[in-house]
Design a binder for this molecule. Structure first.
Ligand code: PEP
Ligand code: CO
Length: 452
């Protein structure tokens, strides 16, 4: 990869404007937390980040598909095993549906083990007539509506690190220890999903996969010795928004001498902090992880090109993923000029659709939600645009949960209605697809891919 300016270091972002960073009230406590993080072992190993970059290079070349999904904001309240397991189950189900439908490898990346910091549209909010600092994610403050909870606390970064380590440990155990074994494809279907139309459809796919495995065994293939059938790679990712957290976890790889942000395999820059000359772009330019950038409706072709040059001047395939979140109504119109410019400049990016973040709205009673049909409409618009411009629609970036929550409206069977949103509205930040809605997105996506 390109040598960034000789002035780059994990802290060189500090000389540039950094947006959406908290004002820590106590600088001594901050110094203690940063020193503690710097002493801790890395959460991921540089070689893993390179393996993911290579997998994403296949996506960029149209030989694989990226499924990136998870919570909008992870929570300190619920680090439990069942929550992690249910999320993983749905992700595995979605990946199987996509793989079986498209006959392509699916690169699985979760928004997990570090997705604890949130940019907010306003620095304060009014709760019952009192103005409070906004909730910024559990890595920074608490969501309870008191000024005490909302005061940024640097010790939360250390807690986020430990919860991320525990989460990643369980994910590694599940994905390498037998839980993700393809022969268990039926067991990932949870009871409340299995009864639904999507669940039944999944059961049929799972049965066909079992038949295919038996067929291969009958052909004499020793399935037991095929590692790929018994383990999966699930990579971690988060928005590397809080640079105070990312910097001390950035380490020099002893084999290559390159810097890696070892807080996750993949990190991305959010829509609000993607200034090509800003602090986030500076930090990202020097780490060698595969990285992403969100591009919202105000992004221009020039912005996208500037980010490509800044983050991937050597045009390394798999290094850069562009995550478009334009809105269902305007995705074709807004994305096409960006795709053309990046394609014509020869940048081998992964094109991904985030159909969540430009399609949020509030109901009459003030609940933030998204509609399943609008989410699907943006994905369809994205596929149409990529196909018209001759680039590979490489993946989707979703907010979902494994639970039976009622946060997004609509969906296939048992659609969530507006007056049901309050039944199980549990997200700390943005509304997530529930388990059945997620599975249905996967089936529809597989159909879209088959129409390629
Ligand atoms: C998010 O991914 O939760 C988010 C805040 O997205 P964006 O930066 O695209 O608004
Ligand atoms: Co979100």
């Amino acid at each position: 990869m390109a040598v960034v300016g000789s002035t780059w270091s994990p802290s060189s972002w500090r000389g540039l404007p950094a947006f959406h960073q908290p004002e820590w009230p106590d600088h001594e406590e901050l110094a203690v937390a940063l020193a503690e993080l710097a002493r801790m072992p890395p959460l991921v190993f540089a070689g893993e980040a390179r393996a993911l970059r290579d997998a994403l290079a296949d996506v960029a070349a149209g030989r694989a598909f990226l499924l990136q999904a998870g919570d909008c904001a992870e929570s300190f309240h619920d680090p439990s095993a069942p929550t992690i397991r249910e999320k993983l189950k749905i992700l595995l189900q979605m990946a199987v549906v996509l793989m079986y439908g498209s006959t392509l490898p699916v690169v699985k990346v979760m928004r997990i083990a570090g997705q604890f910091a949130k940019p907010r549209s306003a620095p304060t909010e009014w709760v019952d007539g009192v103005e409070l600092p906004s909730f910024l994610g559990h890595m920074i403050n608490g969501e309870e509506p008191t000024s005490e909870a909302r005061t940024p606390d640097p010790a939360r970064m250390v807690r986020a690190y430990h919860q991320s380590a525990a989460t990643l440990n369980l994910l590694r155990a599940f994905t390498k220890g037998g839980f993700a074994d393809l022969t268990r494809v039926h067991e990932w279907n949870q009871a409340f999903v299995a009864d639904s139309a999507e669940g039944q459809r999944y059961e049929r796919t799972a049965t066909e996969i079992e038949r295919a495995l038996r067929f291969m065994a009958a052909c004499g293939i020793d399935l037991a010795s095929e590692r790929q059938l018994h383990e999966v790679d699930v990579w971690t990712s988060h928005e590397a928004l809080l640079l105070d957290y990312e910097e001390p976890l950035t380490r020099k790889d002893s084999t290559t001498g390159d810097w890696y942000d070892c807080s996750a395999h993949f990190i991305w820059i959010g829509e609000r902090t993607r200034q090509p000359e800003g602090a986030h772009a500076e930090f990202f330019a020097g780490v060698h992880n595969p990285v992403g950038v969100k591009l919202g409706p105000t992004a221009t072709a020039e912005d996208a090109l500037a980010l490509c040059e800044r983050l991937n001047p050597d045009r390394v395939p798999g290094r850069l993923t562009l995550i478009a979140r334009m809105g269902a109504d305007r995705v074709g119109e807004l994305l096409a000029p960006i795709v053309r410019a990046v394609r014509d400049a020869g940048h081998p990016v992964v094109w991904v659709c985030d159909p969540m973040h430009a399609n949020s709205f509030r109901t009459a009673s003030g609940v933030k939600t998204r509609h399943f049909d609008t989410i699907m409409a943006e994905i369809e618009g994205f596929f149409a645009c990529c196909r018209a411009e001759g680039v590979w629609p490489g993946g989707v970036h979703l907010e979902y949960t494994g639970e039976d929550v009622t946060e997004c409206l609509g969906g296939p069977s048992g659609a969530v209605l507006e007056d049901q949103l309050s039944h199980r509205y549990e997200t700390l930040c943005d509304p997530r697809l529930n388990a059945r809605q997620s599975l249905d997105v996967a089936f529809r996506l597989a159909e879209l891919m088959r129409r390629a």
